[in-house]
Design a protein around this ligand. Sequence first.
Ligand code: HEM
Ligand SMILES: *[C@@H]1O[C@H](CO)[C@@H](O)[C@H](O)[C@H]1NC(C)=O
Ligand SMILES: *[C@@H]1O[C@H](CO)[C@@H](O)[C@H](O)[C@H]1NC(C)=O
Ligand SMILES: CC(=O)N[C@H]1CO[C@H](CO)[C@@H](O)[C@@H]1O
Length: 324
Amino acid sequence: MKPLFLLLLLLLLAIALVSADLRVGFYNSSCPQAESIVRAVVAENFRNDPSITAAFLRMHFHDCFVRGCDASILIKTTKKKPSERSAGPNLTVRGFEIIDEAKSRLEAACPSTVSCADVVTLATRDAVALAGGLNYAVPTGRRDGLVSNPDEVRLPGPQLPVPQALQFFTAKGLALEDMVALLGGHTVGVAHCTFFRDRLSDFQGTGAPDPTMDPSLRAKLIQTCGPTPKPLEKDPAAFLDQSTSFKFDAQYYKQIVANKGVLKIDQVLALDNSTARIVSGLASDGEGFQRKFADAMVKMGSIEVLVGSAGEIRKKCNAFNKSP
Ligand code: HEM
Ligand SMILES: *[C@@H]1O[C@H](CO)[C@@H](O)[C@H](O)[C@H]1NC(C)=O
Ligand SMILES: *[C@@H]1O[C@H](CO)[C@@H](O)[C@H](O)[C@H]1NC(C)=O
Ligand SMILES: CC(=O)N[C@H]1CO[C@H](CO)[C@@H](O)[C@@H]1O
């Protein structure tokens, strides 16, 4: 009897371990329509506004790098309690309404089943595919977190040298190659002038422009940004990839190789010893980039996830089930 009992225990343990992992098709039986519902909502919104690809990519990145991919970024700030959404770097994160829309349709089809953390992950994948990226399989089974604290938002700034930026990624279990591929997300979307203005005229207090910026790009950005800094809500923005701004392709790497990186972090990626070779490889291999980006996204999507019975499945993505 004893060995049988042990075997049973082992079996149960194995099941617990397996189900505690993220899996492709986690909702196959509990909510078979889950992925198609998200895809439909994303497609409807993408038709009117293709910039949602950029919105979701940045939202997913910020979610995963703060307390893991647990939808903590979606919690609305209330008068009583500030959330991650009111932290500085979150100021320009957008796309929240579309996540809420997908979630309300999911609740109608399968109540309290699909986590908001998975909605963000799936919506990002779908929006990348719609913009021309790979339609990669993404594991699901994340649970939603119970904490969203603006003081915990520590994200890399755009002025960091490559080795310092890398520390943020290695701290989350990602490698140099992952960081280079993930920054390929900057092939879509915009940056506000405040994040790169210094490069145009007074780079790091030198009184001169950043010498690593292509002069024609600099002229364009001066046109866009104007002579005087503006508060973030009125700040103009420029496309991170000035060539194919809405297309999810490897053009970002071609641009930075040509000294046309808009943010300093983009430009140093092409120039730093440790990343230059990886960058030129991706610039000349569009298909390779798509695969590496997808693989790195799956890795990023697994950072410190809550699984099994941890956390909760939120009913609304912008609030905890029980207000704290
Ligand atoms: C060292 C790492 C990174 C730094 C320093 C960085 C910095 C920035 C900054 C400063 C902006 C401009 C924000 C604004 O003006 O509103 C931005 C935008 C953006 N970032 Fe990153 N980023 C990093 C990594 C990533 C990663 C890993 C992804 C996704 C895979 C990503 C996706 C995006 C996208 C898509 C935008 C455009 C957002 C929009 O158009 O609304 N970034 N990033
Ligand atoms: C769900 O279905 C897909 C497609 O049939 C399959 O690839 C996947 O392995 C399934 N996942 C689970 C957890 O059953
Ligand atoms: C960077 O490149 C220079 C010259 O090619 C080389 O001497 C140096 O060792 C490299 N540094 C690193 C950190 O790879
Ligand atoms: C989207 C969002 O909630 N943005 C908030 C960011 O933080 C500022 C205050 O720091 C809020 O005013 C914004 O509403």
